[in-house]
Design a protein around this ligand. Sequence first.
Ligand code: ATP
Ligand code: MG
Length: 328
Amino acid sequence: MNSFVPQNPADNADVSRETSPGAYGDLLGDSRETPAGSNYGVPDTPLARAAHAAMAVRGHDEVWPRPAACRVIGVANQKGGVGKTTTTVNIAAALAMHGQRVLVVDLDPQGNASTALGMERDTQTRSIYHCLVEDEEIRKLAQPVPDIPNLWCAPATIDLAGAEIELVSLVAREARLKRAFAAYDTSDLDYILIDCPPSLGLLTVNAMVACDEVMIPIQCEYYALEGLGQLLRNVELVQSHLNPGLAVSTILLTMYDGRTRLSQQVADEVRSHFKETVLDTLIPRSVRVSEAPSYGQSVMTYDPASTGAVAYLEAAREIAHRARAIAG
Ligand code: ATP
Ligand code: MG
């Protein structure tokens, strides 16, 4: 078995990107010092300093407990635009910034997670498509995320749009991703987060077969619970036929707007149904969260002091600390 670690985290220093000055316009500024006592060997770049500032916001450089074995978490909801990608990217960044070694697998042909993590994506890019359809090793196609040590991304390219159809004729089509994970020793990784597309097709099924846990982001809006029953039924189907260990471990309420009664009502309803599966932390609606991807960044680095970044940090802390819970 090959060791996973796609590339040495120290290589991150070599992949710093050209970023427009605007990307740093509201960052903490060069004058802000790197928090003392850091032990991540972070390169001295504005993004790396901002990443450390995110920890300083919490008052200390805290390293969270590493799981005994790599936790594979699929972030799924067939409803579009509920915050799957935003959640994947920012939870992954927050975990990596607290000493966890994290791989993001972009399983959505839209490639939004890849963009948000500043991945190189051109016609030559080897992507998760090549892993699923051509048996390419994930280790070879995963790229280090610029300026966030311990974080890698297996990018998606538009080829993936055809994968749903191409997979149909392949042997064990539902288990292609699981097979790809099994081919490697993932003991060097603490988390694999899979960003699913807004559908319940073969790509999402591949994620559910490959993962141990499903995390469902729910947008605090009208119709938020629409389709949730169907998603849970699909999880049960995969549980009973393909992956008995699968569990809905986490529900995260996103785009919460404290000024509206509707947000509060949706949050209450979700909590009353799913109880302790729902994280205590609510992700607020925040302009900074929605701006970050256009700079190829997570909000954790784009504006670590913003309410959205602090909330995602808290949510990631809960995930790292809490025992696995099963949705009732
Ligand atoms: P899709 O189903 O298309 O993959 P998704 O579920 O991955 O969508 P995102 O892309 O993460 O959802 O979010 C949808 C939109 O909402 C994006 O424009 C994103 O920037 C924005 N958004 C997500 N979370 C927040 C937030 N907390 N505050 C403000 N905007 C947000
Ligand atoms: Mg998405």
